[in-house]
Design a protein around this ligand. Structure first.
Ligand code: 13P
Ligand code: SF4
Length: 305
């Protein structure tokens, strides 16, 4: 879209945002122009914490459905808008509440730890939630050695290795992160021998094994700001490079693979944000019985981190 058109859209969004007393939250994978208009850009943990701390009446959630839903779980008094109702997370849909209920019957003694990339119905069946930023700390803090972890097998495997806990892993995965292959990291390391390598823990274990660190998206942002990092190979969704470049002029960032694109994150555009504020749709809401149970699992997480 032409720059002049973007400018007009941004002006209209800013005006309407004030009138509606709305806050715009953006995930680190959103299009650059969305990150640039947001009040706050962050990872899943930071975004859910931010949602609980605002005095706005409306949250325009620029991310995917489970993120907006988590805000709706935590803040039922607020109107939560997701500018494109089709912006889902395929991994979150890899387990249903009914499938989790069945699995719990097979493993009655297990503590159910659920990645925040999940539906409200699945969260409602869980003991505690976690994000990629706090999964290791949180699982380490659980008394029991028997854990059922859903839905991301790769984050689960990473946490199991770090904590030494016996974990049963649901076979879900992120279709974007599995596109990053070990040979991509090996090739980039060969081409950029001085670069450090940081990846998201949703990557395959053989990719994580080649990295210096596995971190949440905001963990990657913090890592990049370190003085000893001047060149960084980044194994996660490519749009994170927008924020990395903006906050670290002069440093070099190399995407591990250009194929690591999350099409759902890209569904949110400036014109959809404007339309959402104009029409106050699509609203994300969670039925009250599910919301209160899901909130208990998210609240347990928020008290530990
Ligand atoms: P973060 O919580 O690290 O931002 O990750 C969210 C996500 O969906 C990664 O694919
Ligand atoms: Fe879901 Fe993967 Fe997209 Fe993250 S990058 S929102 S886990 S599909």
């Amino acid at each position: 879209m032409a720059i002049a058109e973007d400018k007009i859209l941004v002006e209209k969004i800013q005006k309407l945002r004030k009138e509606r007393n709305a806050i715009i939250l953006s995930h680190n994978y959103q299009r650059g122009e969305i990150q640039d208009i947001a009040d706050f850009v962050g990872d899943s943990l930071e975004l859910s914490q931010k949602a609980t701390k605002t005095d706005a009446d409306v949250i325009v959630f620029c991310g995917v459905h489970f993120m907006a839903e988590t805000a709706a779980i935590l803040c039922p008094h607020m109107t939560v808008l997701l500018p494109d109702a089709n912006a889902g997370c395929p991994m979150a849909n890899m387990i249903t509440a009914e499938q989790l209920r069945q699995k719990k019957k097979e493993l009655p003694e297990a503590t159910v730890v659920t990645y925040i990339n999940s539906t409200a119905g699945v969260k409602a069946e869980s003991d505690i939630c976690c994000t990629s930023a706090n999964g290791v700390k949180l699982v380490a803090s659980i008394d029991s050695n028997k854990i059922l972890f859903v839905p991301d097998q790769y984050l689960g495997d990473y946490i199991a290795k770090k904590t030494g806990k016996e974990m049963t892993l649901w076979p879900g995965y992120c279709p974007t992160h599995v596109r990053i292959l070990p040979e991509d990291i090996i090739r980039q390391k060969r081409e950029h021998p001085k670069a450090k390598v940081v990846v998201h823990p949703e990557c395959r274990p053989d990719v994580i094994a080649l990295a210096d660190e596995a971190l949440s998206t905001s963990g990657i942002i913090r890592y990049a700001s370190r003085e000893d990092v001047s060149e960084l190979i980044v194994g996660t969704e490519v749009e994170i490079l927008h924020r990395l470049a903006k906050e670290n002029p002069g440093k070099k960032f190399i995407p591990a693979s250009e194929k690591a694109v999350c099409p759902n994150m890209k569904l949110i555009t400036l014109d959809k944000v404007l339309h959402s504020l104009e029409t106050m749709t699509p609203v994300v809401k969670v039925p009250e019985d599910i919301r209160t149970k899901a909130k208990a699992a998210v609240d347990r997480m928020l008290t530990i981190v």
